[in-house]
Design a protein around this ligand. Structure first.
Ligand code: NCD
Ligand code: ZN
Length: 344
């Protein structure tokens, strides 16, 4: 197979930031993707419907001329979130999900949830109206090893939370373990997971062997090889509970290549070429459309995109090592192997 036509894909987990960075990274996504779930972890976070509406306007204003792209907005769940505001933002069509960050779990998550009893009212409202909760699935207890934080979160936080809130629809974001894969597979129709591009490609050796690679550092951190293989088999399985959320998370090089570097891999630029390569390696090119274009809309109750994109296989694709932003250069994720599929 040397050409592949898919419905236009969507990205179900994306960081666009704001200001100069937004302007720089948005075209990298809008070029190929029709829609994206926009993460609300700005500083300060996007907490209210009014803040989400204002952020949406800034995104639309930053779109390149003629781009066909719809930002799907989210609210950042805090202990002070007002269930009535969430309900109104959902009813007006503004938001498609609410994001749960355990306080301190990742970049800009200080306003996240510590006491889950304080968000019970919001979660119950969400279950009632069918609004999905996107979950950053890691505990923050300093006593828990960073490589175990996803599994412990499932056992100690997510399973009890779902049990206490029947009908709540949950997306476990950027799963990184075979435990996450197994939990989601067995979770029934109200549970799904996004999988990033980079977690299909790197394991923790890529991050740490032969020198520390700051551009492979993200959260949840890449795990050992058995987990990467479980993610690859889930993503390429075609199962409706697994879909693409790139978690493309730009930070300027100065913030990554430093004594205490930020977490996040910037994959928007070459994600589709990487995914085609990965799916081809797994002999699953015919299931790329399910992962990138069908399963996400299915879970979110949205129609798949009517427009199509075509990928063509040929000589290795050139992509920039960095993109420039007004805040400084941002390194594009290097999968470590040549990419032969280009979007035509
Ligand atoms: C994200 C970011 O930079 O905002 N970083 C990351 O490593 N994925 C936050 C997140 O999604 O955890
Ligand atoms: Zn993210």
């Amino acid at each position: 197979m040397s050409t592949l036509t898919l419905r236009r894909p969507d990205d179900w987990h994306l960081h666009l930031r704001d200001g100069a960075m937004l302007k720089a990274v948005l075209p990298e996504t809008s070029r190929h993707f029709a829609r994206a779930i926009i993460m609300p972890n700005l500083v300060p976070p996007v907490v209210t419907g009014a803040e989400a509406a204002a952020y949406r306007d800034r995104i639309l204003a930053a779109l390149p001329e003629g781009a066909d792209f719809e930002p799907l907005m989210t609210l950042y769940l805090t202990e002070d979130t007002d269930p009535a505001d969430v309900r109104a933002a959902h009813e007006s069509g503004l938001i498609k999900a609410v994001k749960l960050y355990p306080a301190g779990a990742t970049t800009n998550s200080a306003s996240g949830v510590k006491d889950f009893d304080l968000v019970r009212g919001t979660l119950e409202t969400m279950a009632e109206i069918g609004l999905p909760l996107c979950v950053h699935g890691e505990v923050t207890d300093p006593a828990v090893d960073i490589f175990d934080r996803e599994k412990v979160f499932i056992d100690q936080v997510l399973a009890p939370l779902r049990e206490a809130t029947p009908g709540l629809r949950v997306v476990m974001e950027h799963i990184t373990t075979r435990d996450g894969v197994a939990y989601v597979r067995a979770g029934g129709p109200d549970l799904a997971a996004t999988i990033t591009t980079h977690h299909l490609v790197i394991n923790r050796n890529n991050l740490l062997v032969g020198g520390i690679r700051p551009h492979y550092y993200c959260l949840p951190v890449a795990k050992r090889e058995i987990h990467r293989l479980a993610l690859r088999s889930a993503a390429t399985s075609g199962e409706s509970c697994f879909f693409l959320g790139t978690d493309s998370a730009p930070h300027v090089d100065a913030a990554k290549e430093t004594g205490c570097g930020c977490a996040g891999c910037f994959t928007a630029t070459n994600t589709l070429s990487i995914l085609a390569e990965v799916f081809e390696q797994e002999d699953a090119l015919d299931r790329l459309e399910a992962f990138a274009s069908l399963n996400g809309p299915g879970f979110y109750g949205l129609p798949p995109n009517e427009a199509r994109i075509t990928l063509q296989k040929g000589e290795p694709v050139d992509y920039p090592a960095k993109i420039e932003s007004g805040d400084g250069p941002v390194t594009v994720f290097d999968p470590g192997f040549p990419l032969h599929w280009r979007v035509s």
